[in-house]
Design a protein around this ligand. Structure first.
Ligand code: FAD
Length: 460
């Protein structure tokens, strides 16, 4: 990565001078990978300049908001591999139980400088602030999971992809550049600071005081190598036809990268560079999703602190939804009925089951899924909460800026007013006929029907 683009990724979170203590520490939180990680490379560079060993720290908390066994297993599969890959570079990764922001303050007493990657969600920002206020050495944040750093892409909350696209696109030339990787001069493998054993992963997962009711996902396994394998299959078999196939949930036409991007197990910049150098027909559509849409989500959660609340929606959407709050609903389902796929709609039930059992709903169905929750809930506010709850509980890629933005999109965010109708007001509507025009919706329903519950309905 060129010097220019790298320096715009770095931001001091406090004003402390470099200390005298013996370590440089990289607090790995959002970017859980050993390759193509700007925060890690920055920390290596600092350690080399200061002639200190670099230690990587990860705090494993049982209280990570809304995370359950499904998420922890996937994350720990990735961390075990990252520990191994860092070891090959002579760098020790210490994983300790406890709140990360407190753990880093403790470990920071032995550090002359701490680097951290960047997270956009409220609690991730608060964790970094907590540590910045308490560390006696500099805490340097390095943007590692956006192609273009969020404030560089735009200084304000954007209305739509159309307003955001020209801004971010104009910065791509500068930021779509390879990352220079260096090796640490002083190895840190012998430094014993006490780390959890990641080799018996299942024992560790079972020992965590977390929600164990959401089961494992069979199709997807965590880790950078798996992410790279998915990308390689996508590049050779699916990218060409991506523009068409991505709207067909009966086909395996997507990249499946979202869980890996969510846990920072693969670099979005690296993915973008791999895709950009092809001449596949689907290249531009894919880059639109990976860069414009994904980073528009970062823009939303960064500039709108109510990203997880109905109140965060644009005022036209709130007004129109409120005006239709009392409209008669033909179907109303409770959260539990929705959770167990017990609606009258086989396509919706299939999508919910794909998420609940498979851990990743097809992207096209996510829009329909969210719109129907709005249609079948007592009020738009309740619908918003239910959609976020289910998304974050069952999606392997949930609890992500993309999830908050995707749900908000179903309620009008980043969209424009459409023709007014019942319940939705001016918010865009979707129906099953639209699905059938795009793909073989009955085949999709059949793919998941054996695992779905029986149908049930209530009327208001
Ligand atoms: P691909 O089509 O292969 O896309 C590649 C990458 O581009 C994705 O991994 C993602 O980073 C980005 N991307 C694709 N579509 C979008 C989009 N619409 N908005 C922003 N970025 C996009 N995405 C999540 O990562 N986590 C979520 O919790 C999530 N929840 C959603 C909820 C709803 C109601 C909606 C409408 C969308 C949601 N999305 C979410 C966005 C999108 O559906 C997924 O990113 C995509 O389906 C992931 O599968 P993939 O990586 O195989 O997609």
């Amino acid at each position: 990565m060129g010097v220019n683009s790298q320096s715009e990724r770095i931001k001091p979170l406090n004003r402390r001078p470099v200390g005298n203590a013996g370590l440089v520490v990289y607090w790995m939180q959002a970017s859980q990978r050993a390759r193509w990680n700007p925060a890690l490379e920055y920390a290596i560079q600092q350690a080399n300049e200061l002639d200190r060993p670099l230690v990587v720290y990860f705090g494993l908390t049982d209280d990570y908001p809304e995370a359950n066994e499904r998420h922890y297993r996937f994350m720990l599969q990735g961390l075990a591999e990252t520990q191994q890959l860092l070891k090959e570079r002579g760098i020790g990764l210490i994983v300790q139980r406890g709140s990360p922001e407190k753990g880093i303050v403790g470990l920071g007493r032995d550090a002359c400088l701490v680097a951290v990657d960047r997270g956009y969600l409220r609690f991730q920002v608060e964790w970094r602030k907590y540590a910045a206020d308490r560390l006696d050495c500099p805490l340097m944040q390095v943007e590692s999971d956006a192609v273009v750093p969020v404030e560089v892409a735009s200084p304000k909350e954007e209305f739509t992809a159309a307003t955001f696209r020209p801004k971010i696109t104009s910065r791509l030339k500068q930021f779509m550049a390879p990352l220079e990787e260096d090796e640490p001069r002083v190895k840190s493998l012998d430094i014993q600071l006490g780390s959890l054993d990641l080799s018996s992963l299942e024992d560790l997962v079972q020992s965590l005081d977390i929600d164990h009711t959401v089961g494992r996902v069979n199709k997807l396994r965590g880790g950078t190598r798996e992410a790279e394998r998915h990308l390689s299959v996508f590049l050779s078999e699916r990218l060409e036809d991506y523009t068409r196939a991505r709207n067909d949930p009966t086909k395996d036409g997507l990249s499946n990268l979202s869980p890996y991007l969510h846990f920072g197990q693969i670099s979005p910049l690296w993915v973008a560079l791999q895709v950009a150098r092809t001449d596949a027909r689907g290249r531009d559509s894919f880059l639109e999703e990976l860069i414009v849409r994904r980073e528009l989500s970062l823009n939303y959660v960064f500039y709108n602190r109510r990203y997880d609340d109905f109140q965060g929606l644009p005022s036209w959407a709130k007004t129109t939804l409120d005006e239709h709050n009392d409209d008669r609903r033909e179907y109303v389902y409770s959260r539990e009925e929705l959770e167990r796929s017990l609606t009258h709609d086989p396509y919706w039930n299939a999508a919910q089951t794909e998420m609940r059992i498979g851990g990743k709903m097809h992207g096209y169905m996510r829009m329909y899924w969210g719109k129907k929750i709005l249609e079948w809930s007592d009020s738009p506010r309740e619908a918003f909460e239910i959609a976020l709850f289910l998304n974050n509980k069952y999606e392997l890629d949930g609890r992500d800026p993309n999830g908050y933005t995707g749900v908000a999109w179903c309620f009008g965010k980043h969209d424009r007013p459409w023709r007014e109708r019942s319940i939705f007001g001016k918010v865009r509507y979707m129906n099953a006929e639209g699905l059938k025009r795009k793909f073989d919706a009955d085949s999709y329903a059949a793919m998941w029907s054996t695992q779905s519950g029986t149908s049930g309905r209530t009327q208001k």
